[in-house]
Design a binder for this molecule. Sequence first.
Ligand code: PLP
Length: 383
Amino acid sequence: MDKIYFDNAATTQIDLKVIEKMQNVMSNNYGNPNSTHSYGRSSRTLIEKARKTIANQFNVLSSEIYFTSCGTESDNMVLISAVRDLNVKTIITSKVEHKAVLNVVKYLKETESIDLKFVNISNEGLVDYNHLEKLLKQCDDKCLVSLMHINNEIGTKLDLNLVGDLCKNYDALFHSDTVQSIGKYNFDLSILNIDFIVGSAHKFHGPKGVGFVYINKQLKLNPLVIGGNQERGMRAGTESVHNICGMEAAFLNSYDNLETNNNHISNLKSLFIKKITKMIPKVKFNGCCDDDLLSSFSILNICLPVPKEKAVLLEFNLDMKGIACSRGSACQSGSNSGSHVLKTILSNEDLEKPSLRFSFSKYNNEQEIDNVVSVLKDFIDSN
Ligand code: PLP
């Protein structure tokens, strides 16, 4: 049985080129980048090259990019440090953020007594920009807006230009969780009014355990991880050289082939929508994930017309057939609490029905779409 992997928003298959690069670095560049001898210097050169690659792509300075262990760490770094070091007293965010943001801002409310405000989210999963402006207007102390670019569960897209400009007008800082966007969207951060973005290599065919954060050079933060002077004092701990180089290789691969990959993935998503609408006319698209302009081209979240009693068998059935997709976001698996994103946007009636997230990559093909839609159709038609 050929297995089908449609869970690319959870993590992606690592590129062969990336593995080769990492093996090479692990074999040949084992010097500690902080050592001053030639072994250390050659590792340092690799790390600084990787930093430059990322900085150049986003049109920022290398000194504005810091390496971390993952997207979650990057989000923590921004949010916690902004409150501690930049005098942020109010955070405006939304109820559909990833837990790497939501649980941190809740923690900050409890421990640092920040004022936490949630912007309204429509039934399509979109941020209400008028409400955001209203909240910004009401804010009379230092405010940080934290809103994700691409929602990892329903794929809805934030207008970064608009939110950036609003934040600038009201003198607020702007952090965007761009974990689902890196390697798929390009950003010119010299034009956009964004103070912090974050990335995680395993979401763009790189290794797990490495990420980065961009921090606007005007903002001086203190480290969360204290120790040596690595990452210019912003994050102590010997750098994971092979992971950073693996991330760079995956990053280059993604941006060098951006258009081809994006067109391929986008066509797969359109085909899925077309086929499933034809074969299961009562299917619903959660959020506005069937809208090209308002949602990401790689994430599709559907609500299936399946009664509650039968729904429990759906995931099992897909798994038996070798199909990997997600019920909510992978970071929630193992918890039975259900998706906080779907709870925010769906009616009680639709919450009773099973919803599935399919997320596509350059490694998927049309045949896989046909197979999955047929399996779903057969399941729905079975007694
Ligand atoms: N933010 C978003 C939007 C995500 O989708 C994820 C992972 O699913 C994260 C943050 C956390 O990233 P990491 O797995 O690298 O900690």
